[in-house]
Write a protein that binds this ligand. Sequence first.
Ligand code: ADP
Ligand code: MG
Length: 458
Amino acid sequence: MNNAKIILDDIKTELKQRLQAVHYLLWIDELEGVSCSDSQLVILAPSEHVKNTVEKNHLYDFIEAGRMVNCPVINFIFITKEDLSKYVNSCDTTQNDDNACKKVNNNSSFFIARYTFDNFVVGESNRLAFVTARTVAENPGINDGFLTLNPLFIYGGVGLGKTHLLHSIGNFILENNPSCNIIYMPTEKLTNEYFASLNKYSTDKDAYRNFREKYANADVLMLDDIQFLQKKGGLQDVIFHIFNDLYTKGKQIILSSDRPPKEINDIEDRLRSRFEGGIMTDIWSPSLDTRIEIIMKKLECTKNSLSEDIVYYLAEKINTNIRELEGALLKVIMFCTLTNRKPSLELAKEALKEQEDQRNEDIDSEKIISSVSSYFNISKSDIISKKKNKEIVEARMIAIYLVYDLLNLPLINIGQIFGGRDHTTIIYSRDKILNNLAQNTKTTKVISDLKEMLNVHN
Ligand code: ADP
Ligand code: MG
């Protein structure tokens, strides 16, 4: 399978969750990946009509989905059969694998090729995390009795570069030691894998053993977003033992999380103390200077250029999350390409405004909370309260997710709307629902019903 196909498949899976089924089937299902490089993904549409509709109505969905699957290409190019020969020849991934967005390790862990230390902009907010990650990559498992960087625990808010650093470690080690058995796993995937192996147990006794062996044989184990580790089904027990085995053998363990171990409620104390036993380092929001540098780096990597005033505008406007910063940059570039106009500050503002308008359409948090309240038959004050009954917590998380998804508000403001909650709680709720959306049709249906009630169509 070529890279374009792998990436488009990831994006399609994401779009399936985001779009109404009928829209997905009409416009997305039949698209095919043609070629990809670091800067563009060429997608073949079955007809001119589909191509035009996707460009007009779903481009932002593609950009968002690309970001969600950690593969933000700078340019989505939609073509029909007539243009095929031009693009197949000009950008064939099999010939320029160095540019490919993903490269595959011998044990099928994926490392995104552009997530390297070289492409990581270092500033005050991430310097310690960067230096530690780099040291671990140069010397995995280091423990001379005095200095131990095992495990390495990197924590910080969403979109601040944790996954980028983990992949950088992976890419770096593989470059120097191609036979190193590195396992990179998002915690949700590990969870699915574990439960799938248990479910198969009655018919396939080896499934669980294979699962254990795979991890027991790792030279380097990276678990991304460990805050999603659930306290059920014996999973933590298994992780604890894998952890101890690897640690005793001097194998490197690397973990990332959106918060420090002591704030992850759902983990057992013995596991928490293991997580805290090596080095912990956090990443916080980048300063304006670092944001500007990140934009410049991104432009350089993708061979685009924008004037200083646009770069400054973007860096000023999007001040917390680098993933969003990249998304905004993409939108501006795509907007100029599609409207065939030269980038200017006005155009940049227009590009981002269009996105906000699309999102807002008469909706505010009050309306969202009212809809959730009537949908679940739970009072508005209960939704905002600190009550912890299962039903109320679920409705609250759904409401928080919708406010995040539909209104372009800073997390801190969302926290204020929901009774002065801390922004990490908001991140937690949002990610929990995103996680459910990725696997659970019930949540998907609830969100789509509520969007219908709110008259949002996407
Ligand atoms: P997290 O895992 O913390 O949610 P990611 O590692 O996915 O965040 O980063 C989000 C996006 O921002 C990625 O595309 C990543 O390349 C980019 N990014 C984050 N930090 C930096 C940085 N310091 N320099 C360059 N790009 C960065
Ligand atoms: Mg991540």
